[in-house]
Ligand binder design. Structure first.
Ligand code: DOR
Ligand code: ZN
Length: 334
């Protein structure tokens, strides 16, 4: 008998949809499988005014078309006034903070995080979650671990502020989750599967190059253990980040792994291999619903253990593991 799994309203809590032709190409690839997702604001220019937020929301909804998919929008963190925060609150799930220059399109990010305490205080008061790209400007392998001190300070100084450590990649970040009730985290499927060896240990693989960079085997083991339980404050956020092939297969490779269309088969394969299929529902939906208090459209995704060969391209974007065959596939979405 074919193995199968039913998932109710899966959510991707960290996605890059971009804009224009790329948005049109990638939004349906998330919306075909997911009932909702958190849409990141690092456009050029960033989504950092209420006007631009409302424009981008309508763009995303247009690109999603008839799929039952709820976009949970974010603003790009800057020195907002209270009036701006109040006006934005009904339209967002949180505000995403990028340290300046940490990753793709983050040049307008924050230079001195602790100079923004007044904004964090207002977000705490208004109960607007803070989503964080947690990397310092230190040595690339140490950036997230170094940033844990910033998380610690934020979590202690603003105990009522809900803080999401986005796309965690280290054992240090997993341990930090248990220290503070107001910290939660997303983790990407690719960081549960690869290490730096897969990126740069042999022939360089630009399609696995992302920020934060994949780390050591012991980091991956800690992340995977937390996901398989799953840890009650850990959510699946893919950080699926499309770049045109010429920006990846080039000198000066852009950071980002494109996984949107393969996420659920990839996760089913990983969780089955680790005898943890029973944890998948909490990891891809229930934890996020509880932590953010959201009620996504009701969908049921039927996954079956039947092979799926990953396409070489989706338009001009190369997905993770292009050409490889996964042992699970999506049979239907109702
Ligand atoms: O690898 C990444 N790509 N990490 C990020 O944080 C941003 C993303 C992108 O927007 O391409
Ligand atoms: Zn991201």
């Amino acid at each position: 008998m074919t193995m199968e799994v039913l998932l109710r309203s899966p959510l991707d809590m960290h996605i890059h949809f971009r804009q224009d032709a790329m948005l049109d190409a990638v939004a349906p690839l998330s919306a075909q499988h997911f009932a909702g997702g958190v849409i990141m604001p690092n456009l050029v220019p960033p989504v950092d005014t209420v006007d631009r937020l409302l424009w981008y929301t309508s763009e995303v909804k247009r690109a999603v078309g008839n799929h039952r998919f709820q976009p949970y929008m974010t603003l790009f963190f800057r020195n907002y006034t209270r009036e701006e925060l109040v006006a934005a609150k009904p339209h967002i799930i949180g505000i995403k903070l990028y340290p300046a220059g940490a990753t793709t399109n983050s040049e307008n990010g924050v230079r001195e995080i602790m100079s923004m305490k007044h904004v964090f205080a207002m977000m705490e008061e208004l109960d607007i979650p803070l989503l964080v790209h947690g990397e310092t400007h230190g040595f690339v392998m140490d950036r997230e671990q170094e940033f844990c001190e910033v998380y610690r300070t934020l979590a202690t100084t603003f105990p009522g502020l809900r803080i999401t450590m986005e796309h965690i990649t280290t054992e240090a970040a997993v341990l930090l989750l248990d220290e503070f009730e107001n910290l939660r985290a997303t983790v990407t499927p690719h960081h549960l599967i690869i290490t730096l060896d897969d990126v740069a240990g042999g022939m360089l693989n630009p399609h696995l190059f992302c920020k934060p960079i994949a780390k050591r085997p012991e980091d991956r083991a800690a992340l995977l253990a937390a996901a398989l339980k799953p840890h009650p404050r850990l959510m699946m956020g893919s950080d699926s980040a499309p770049h045109p092939v010429d920006k990846k297969e080039s000198a000066g490779c852009a950071a980002g792994v494109f996984t949107a269309p393969i996420l659920l088969p990839l996760l089913a394969e990983l969780f089955e291999r680790n005898n943890a299929l029973g944890s998948l529902q909490a990891f891809v939906s229930d934890n996020a619903r509880r932590l953010y208090g959201v009620e996504p459209p009701s969908t049921t995704v039927h996954l079956v253990k039947e092979p799926m060969t990953i396409p070489e391209r989706y338009g001009n974007v190369v997905p993770m593991w292009a050409g490889k065959t996964l042992s699970w596939s999506v049979r239907s979405v109702e």
